[in-house]
Design a protein around this ligand. Structure first.
Ligand code: PLP
Length: 661
C-alpha cells in the first residue's frame, strides 16, 4: 500500500484556529475599513452593517434586510439601494467644493450635475432629482432618450440645469432650443462644429437665445481605461482651431453673449490626482484665453472622472484613487483660482459631472451561493488501489504516486517541494495525453487526477501563504469554485469587461473563520462568467476567503455574498446574456425607532418578460408546447399527470424570476 501523506481535510491555507476568530478579524480580512468607510462595517454578531448616514450609531443589518426581503418573496440576486447614502455623497461633494471655495476666497460658485448615463433607473434618478433641489445640483444627459428622461425629471424645476452632452441631430437641438424658450435652464454642449450652426439657426428661427457650452478636446489625456476620452485624437469635443471658429461664428450671428460654459471630460475613474491637475490647468488656460478674446464664459465644466476607491488601497491604480473628494475639490479650486488671478480674469463658476463618485456607494448586490466544487485534497484510496492493481499500471500514474510519496519526508526544503509538484504536473500532463490517445483507461486516469490534486494541496499545506514564484499560481489552481446565483454580464459587467475590482464578502457568518478559498462562477453558460480577481492587501488576489457551505453536521444553509459599491454603471451596462434579466431592486431607508424600511421595489424581470425582449410571443410558445405535450400524452409517451407537470412548469416559470429560486 502507499502511504497517506498530508491527507487531512483541513483548510486550503493555514489559518488560525476557529475559536480565535471574531467579527473584527473578518472586518480586517475583507478590508472593510479601507473600502467601506463610512458606510459599511461588521456587527458584533458577524453580519455586514450599513451606516446610511455615515454614522455607525445608525446601523442597518444587511443580513436582516435580506431575510426581510425573502419574507416579501424577493429572492436574491437583489440590488439594494440606500438613498441616504446617496444623500450623504451629494452633501459630501457639495461641502468639499463649498469649503474649498470659502477657504480660498474664490469668487465663483460650485454647481454639481448628475450624468444620468451612470445609472438611469427612474427610482434612483428621482431620488437624485429630489436631493438635487436641496443641494443645488443639476442633471446631465447624453442621448435622445436621456434628454426626454432629463426633461421629465426637471419638469417644474426650471432653474435646475440640464446639461446636454453627446452627439446631436437637428431634432435633438430643436427640442433643446424649444425647452430653453419654455424657460428651462437647458444647456446644449457643442461636441462637433456643425452642432453650433444648427443651434444658432434653430435659435434664430424660434426667436430664442439659449445658453451655449463648448466641449474642448484637451490634449491632456485621461488615464487608464478611459484615456482616449480626451487627447488630440479624442472622439469628443472641439479642437482649438474649431473653438476659435466657433467664437467667430457666434460673434458674426450676434450670439456670442450666449456662450455660457466651457466643458471638458477626460474620462472616468481618474485614479491619479496629477492627471486631474493637468487637465484643470489646461482648461483653465483655455478659459482665460477665450475670455481674453471676448467670450463671456461664466462657467467651467470639468466633466466627470472623480474616482472611487473600490479596492481600498488609496493608490493610483485602476480600481482605486490616490485622493479624497476633499483633495479633489481643493486642488480644482486652487488651480483655477491661481491661473485666473495671474491673468486678472474673473473666477468662473465650477461645474463637475461626477457620476461614479456620487452614486457608486449607494447600491450593493446580494446573491446566494448555489453550491461549490472542491478539488479533493486526498486521493480516493480505493480507486487508486484498484488502478494500481491492474496489470502494468501506466507509467504516469506510477510517477504521480512516487511524487506523492516523496512528500512523506519531513525535511523537504522549498525547492524540493517545487520540484515534486513540477514532477506531478509533468506526469499528469502525460496521463492526459495517454488517455486522449486511448492508452490509459478511465480508472487510471481518475486515480492520476486524484493524486495530482492531492499533491498540490499537500505542497500548499507545507508552504502556507509564502509560495515561491514558480508555485505562485498553485493556490488559485486548487481553490474551490463557488457557484453564484447571478449573471456577471447583467449585474457586474465591468468586472468582466474591464477587470474592475469590486469589494466582495459574505454578509453573515463573519464571526466564523472563512476556511475555504474560492473563485466565483456565475450561472451563465459562459466561461467568462466568473470572478477570479479580488481586492487584497497587496494588490489583486485570485481567491476569496469564504465559509464552507455545509455545516459540520452536513446541513446546508443559504449563504449570501455581497458585492459593494455597484451603484455606478453596472445596472446601466448590464445585458441579457443567457436571458438572465434585471434582478430585483429595492430601496431601503431608515424607518422609525432605528428600524429599516422598504421604500420602493422594482421587481426583477420575469422569464416571460425576458422572452418578450427577444421577440418571443409567450402565449404562442405555450400553445406550441401544449400541442406537443398533448401529442405525447395521446401517444402514451407521457402520462396525463406528467403532461400536467410540464404545463404547470411552463405557466409558473413564465411568471417567475429569471434567476434560480
Ligand atoms: N460627463 C461626461 C461627458 C461623461 O462622458 C461621463 C462618463 O463617462 C461623465 C460625465 C461621468 O463620469 P464619472 O462617472 O467618471 O464621474
Amino acid at each position: 500500500m502507499y502511504p497517506q501523506v498530508g491527507t487531512t481535510d483541513g483548510p486550503l491555507l493555514a489559518m488560525s484556529s476557529m475559536d480565535d476568530w471574531s467579527p473584527a478579524d473578518s472586518a480586517e480580512l475583507y478590508r472593510v475599513e479601507h473600502w467601506g468607510q463610512p458606510y459599511f462595517g461588521v456587527s458584533s454578531h458577524g453580519t455586514v452593517e450599513v451606516y446610511p448616514t455615515g454614522d455607525p450609531a445608525v446601523a442597518i443589518d444587511l443580513h436582516d434586510v435580506v431575510e426581510g426581503l425573502l419574507a416579501r418573496d424577493l429572492h436574491p440576486p437583489v440590488v439594494i439601494r440606500f438613498p441616504d447614502i446617496l444623500k450623504h455623497r451629494m452633501q459630501m461633494i457639495r461641502s468639499a467644493f463649498d469649503e474649498a471655495i470659502s477657504e480660498n476666497g474664490y469668487s465663483g460658485r460650485y454647481q454639481g450635475v448628475y450624468p444620468i448615463k451612470v445609472n438611469q433607473q427612474r427610482h434612483l434618478c428621482e431620488d437624485v432629482r429630489t436631493l438635487a433641489s436641496e443641494f443645488d445640483f443639476g442633471i446631465e444627459v447624453g442621448s435622445k432618450p436621456e434628454l426626454i428622461a432629463g426633461l421629465g425629471l426637471t419638469a417644474g424645476l426650471s432653474d435646475m440645469p440640464l446639461v446636454c452632452n453627446g452627439f446631436k441631430d437637428a431634432e435633438f437641438i430643436e427640442t433643446v432650443v424649444l425647452a430653453s424658450k419654455m424657460g428651462r435652464n437647458v444647456i446644449p454642449v457643442v461636441e462637433q462644429a456643425k452642432e453650433l450652426r444648427m443651434i444658432t439657426e434653430l435659435a434664430a428661427a424660434h426667436g430664442v437665445r439659449p445658453k451655449i457650452a463648448m466641449r474642448a478636446r484637451l490634449t491632456t489625456s485621461g488615464i487608464g481605461r478611459w484615456a482616449s476620452s480626451a487627447g488630440i485624437r479624442g472622439k469628443f469635443g472641439l479642437t482649438i482651431s474649431e473653438m476659435l471658429d466657433a467664437v467667430d461664428h457666434l460673434r458674426r450671428v450676434e450670439m456670442l453673449d450666449g456662450l455660457y460654459m466651457l466643458h471638458c471630460h477626460i474620462g472616468s475613474q481618474i485614479f491619479d490626482i496629477h492627471t486631474v491637475k493637468d487637465a484643470v490647468r489646461e482648461i483653465a488656460h483655455l478659459y482665460v484665453q477665450l475670455v481674453g478674446l471676448g467670450a463671456p464664459i461664466k462657467a467651467l465644466n470639468l466633466g466627470g472622472g472623480m474616482g472611487v476607491d473600490y479596492d481600498g488601497s488609496q493608490t493610483a491604480t485602476a480600481s482605486s484613487v490616490n485622493y479624497t473628494v476633499e483633495q479633489y475639490a481643493a486642488d480644482v479650486v486652487h488651480r483655477i483660482q491661481t491661473i485666473c488671478d495671474e491673468a486678472g480674469i474673473a473666477h468662473p463658476d465650477i461645474v463637475t459631472e461626477s457620476g461614479r463618485a456620487l452614486v457608486a456607494h449607494s447600491s450593493l448586490l446580494v446573491f446566494d451561493v448555489l453550491g461549490a466544487r472542491r478539488y479533493p485534497d486526498k486521493p480516493d484510496h480505493d480507486r487508486l488501489a484498484r488502478a494500481l492493481a491492474e496489470e502494468s499500471p501506466p507509467q504516469p500514474l506510477l510517477d504521480l504516486l512516487a511524487a506523492y510519496k516523496r512528500l512523506e519526508d519531513e525535511a523537504l526544503e522549498v525547492h524540493d517541494l517545487a520540484e515534486i509538484f513540477a514532477d506531478a504536473e509533468h506526469a499528469f500532463e502525460e496521463s492526459k495525453s495517454l488517455f486522449s490517445l486511448g492508452h490509459m483507461d478511465i480508472l487510471a486516469r481518475a486515480a492520476a487526477e486524484g493524486l495530482y490534486w492531492a499533491t498540490g494541496h499537500a505542497v500548499v499545506r507545507r508552504l502556507g501563504d509564502d509560495l515561491p514564484e514558480d508555485l505562485a499560481g498553485l493556490s488559485a489552481l486548487l481553490g474551490d469554485v463557488y457557484f453564484a446565483n447571478v449573471s456577471v454580464f447583467q449585474s457586474l459587467l465591468d468586472s468582466w469587461g474591464i477587470e474592475q475590482l469590486f469589494p466582495i464578502m459574505p454578509i453573515h457568518h463573519l464571526d466564523e473563520e472563512p476556511t475555504r478559498r474560492a473563485t466565483l462562477a456565475d450561472i451563465t453558460c459562459d466561461s467568462d462568467g466568473r470572478i477570479d480577481r479580488f481586492a487584497g492587501a497587496d494588490g489583486p488576489v485570485g481567491l476569496l476567503p469564504l465559509h464552507p457551505l455545509s455545516a459540520p453536521d452536513g446541513t446546508h444553509e443559504p449563504y449570501y455574498l455581497g458585492v459593494f459599491l455597484t451603484g455606478a454603471y453596472q445596472e446601466a451596462l448590464g445585458d441579457l446574456h443567457n436571458l438572465l434579466g434585471d434582478p430585483h431592486v429595492v430601496h431601503v431607508g431608515l424607518g422609525s425607532e432605528g428600524r429599516w424600511q422598504v421604500d420602493a421595489v422594482v421587481d426583477g424581470d420575469t422569464v416571460g418578460e425576458v422572452l418578450e425582449y427577444v421577440q418571443y410571443d409567450t402565449p404562442a410558445l405555450r400553445k406550441t408546447l401544449l400541442r406537443d405535450v398533448e401529442g405525447a400524452v395521446e401517444q402514451g409517451t407521457l402520462s396525463g399527470a406528467e403532461g400536467t407537470v410540464l404545463r404547470r412548469f411552463f405557466d409558473q416559470a413564465v411568471e417567475g424570476y429569471s434567476y434560480l429560486e
